[in-house]
Design a binder for this molecule. Structure first.
Ligand SMILES: [Zn+2]
Length: 64
């Protein structure tokens, strides 16, 4: 019974990872950050040294 092959479907909604953040201070894309289940834990802007996660925004498509 070779029927152990289930198609693996990634959960796009639950475990979607963003590619980068944008620093609010200098508007620079930031790739140095740590996330856990969609929550931003740590981030560091290499341009201005900003380390306040509140001063980063995610790059999801939103209607502002
Ligand atoms: Zn910055």
């Amino acid at each position: 019974m070779p029927e152990n092959k289930k198609p693996v479907r990634p959960k796009e909604d639950e475990e979607r990872e963003i590619e980068y953040l944008v620093c609010r201070l200098c508007e620079t894309p930031c790739y140095v950050f740590e996330m856990d289940r969609g929550h931003l834990l740590e981030a560091t802007c290499m341009m201005c040294g900003n380390e306040d996660i509140l001063l980063f925004r995610m790059t999801e498509e939103e209607d502002v």
